[in-house]
Design a binder for this molecule. Sequence first.
Ligand code: TLP
Length: 350
Amino acid sequence: MTSIIDLRSDTKTLPTPVMRKAMYEAEVGDDVDGEDPTINRLEMLAAEMLGKEAAIFTPSGIMSNLLSVLTHTRPGDEIVLGSQSHIFWYEVGGASALGGVVMHTVPNEADGTIEPENLRMAIRGKDIDFPRTALLCLENTHNRCGGTVLPVEYTGSISALARRHGLKIHIDGARIFSAAVYLGVPVSRLTENADSVCFCLSKNLSAPVGSILCGSEGFIASARRWRRMLGGGMRQAGILAAAGIVALETMIERLAEDHANARRLAFGLAEIPGLSIQPERVQTNIVLFEPPADFPAEAFIMELKNRGIMLSYMGERKIRAVTHRMINSEDIETCLEHISSVAGGITGKQ
Ligand code: TLP
């Protein structure tokens, strides 16, 4: 049997043997009552690393983002977010359905940023007819923009603008440790201007389950009530948090390997006739490219799946490959050979 090279997402990473051992041995208690020592340790460690007062362990990135919106806003408020943001595209409309907020999108530039002028124009004045603009949501790294990194200076200046108009700032930092590794700065530099930030343990950091939301003590106390209301109080979930601690302690530096593999993949793809890609724009572990003209992305992905290479569909002309701990440099070469043959097969026929 040929082995599968799964580049669909870094969510596909399996827990390491060290994680499984830590999970087996984890000391646990009832987290709904704050009695799980392993969760408490994970939350303290995460808050400290991100430079925030407190943190809460949640089952998923989506729940972390939702708790943040619910805690920062009231029904009828407006949140400003990028048109390509995960919260807008892939979170089942939860912010609107459950938080009652209007999602006011402004264009994401190709690098995942939002132009300050576009933010300024989106912020409402005090007219009685307007919803209150309550929150700016940023995303770092930016998934649909190809894993792009928001620099420290940009995050500072856009946050300052939002804050001058009374907005709170949330960062969806599902892969924020990739941004920190890329920039070579402590992750707390990327979060210092935000009121809240979440990140995922279950993606590039290889833990099986869970995300963390960080913020002030008061913010996290409110988020804890919302998590309870949504049914996210998980009792002896220290079993899961134990893997999260291993993730934070041992899985961050190695992200550089994933970034190097992504760049190798991107530059390799750039040499394949018919594909369209800007390899120099690849900064972290996400690679976006276009299939050959007249080769629909779905069909291209299916051809590769038949050869054991799994990619994901991001739009009619957009295919995504994500590198992670379970992909090595040889896999990248194998993957390039197959993609080249699939792309060449079709363009050759024309
Ligand atoms: N992203 C997933 C899914 O869209 C399937 C992926 O494969 O990239 N914020 C960002 C920026 C994300 O990329 C994701 C997941 C989430 C939030 C949500 O995390 P989960 O899936 O744990 O709820």
